[in-house]
Design a protein around this ligand. Structure first.
Ligand SMILES: Nc1ncnc2c1ncn2[C@@H]1O[C@H](COP(=O)(O)OP(=O)(O)OP(=O)(O)O)[C@@H](O)[C@H]1O
Length: 251
């Protein structure tokens, strides 16, 4: 039996029999952070959804926490790209985070002390304990993203997947999210995050997987976030590595 949190062996993923990403081979251990990096439409979200059992594994073997993706759902967490909650929906921050406990609770049962404690701890962790009673829609975009992270971690997942967690997020919230992600991995949670930001990937990830229709490279940031693998992944785009920042520049 493998101790990997995630093991993808020769995996192709897609929808209705049509592959979106092929040839994915990687292994992620508990406590490791994996960044999925590639251009728009590269298939990063599809790969995340396949790990959650929400997109099809068309070829190869995907093992999530020693089982099939759909069976691992009780132990995986997900922070979707822009949040699937309508900001106008009249719920409090605390209620949003409590949704993360429904899997343990069943939505029809009243919250127990353990659920309330998990919600309070999760909000504290993202630095928003003092906003628990506020309406979710009144928060800034970055704060809403932190609440959605709190909702995911309130369920105490062993593998947490985040789709572009820093999109539209201000610097203060980005810093808060990065801190929480580092703490979670120090506690043994395995993390997968998709990002366009090469600097974030380099600074945060133990392992980078470059994808665009197929896996182009996988390995440590120092091996993968280099000119040639990035050129292959992004096609004809040029790479500027100046000033400590890494960017993909359109030709
Ligand atoms: N439910 C779906 N059914 C069929 N095709 C889909 C579905 N969702 C996404 N696709 C297609 O899969 C391809 C990859 O999309 P995906 O969202 O996985 O890329 P991405 O790398 O996450 O892009 P972005 O960074 O823009 O979010 C796209 O061509 C998209 O149209």
């Amino acid at each position: 039996m493998t101790t990997a949190a995630l093991c993808l062996a020769g995996v192709s993923v897609g929808y209705s029999g049509t592959p979106v990403v092929t040839g994915v081979d990687l292994e992620l251990r508990p406590g490791q952070r994996l960044a999925l990096v590639g251009p728009n439409g590269a298939g990063k979200s599809t790969l995340i959804k396949a790990v959650l059992g929400l997109a099809d594994v068309l070829d190869g073997t995907a093992t999530v926490l020693n089982t099939q993706p759909a069976r691992a759902r009780a132990h995986t967490g997900y922070v979707a790209q822009t949040g699937n909650l309508d900001p106008d929906f009249p719920v409090s921050v605390r209620q949003v985070v409590m949704m993360g406990r429904y899997r343990q609770l069943g939505w029809w049962r009243p919250a127990r002390a353990a659920d309330r404690r998990a919600v309070a701890e999760a909000l504290d962790r993202v630095g928003l304990a003092d906003r628990a009673g506020l309406r979710f829609g009144l928060l800034s975009g970055g704060q809403r993203q932190r609440v959605l992270l709190a909702r995911a971690i309130a369920a105490r997942p062993r593998l947490l997947l985040l789709d572009e967690p820093f999109n539209g997020v201000d610097a203060v919230s980005q810093e808060a999210i990065v801190r929480v992600l580092r703490e979670l991995s120090a506690d043994g949670t395995a993390l997968v995050l998709s990002t366009h930001d090469l600097t974030v990937a380099r600074d945060l990830a133990d392992l980078v997987c470059l994808v665009n229709g197929r896996q182009w490279a996988v390995g440590a940031p120092a091996e993968t976030l280099t000119a040639e693998p990035l050129r292959q992944t992004y096609g004809s785009a040029a790479i500027d590595l100046a000033d400590g920042r890494m960017v993909v520049v359109e030709p």
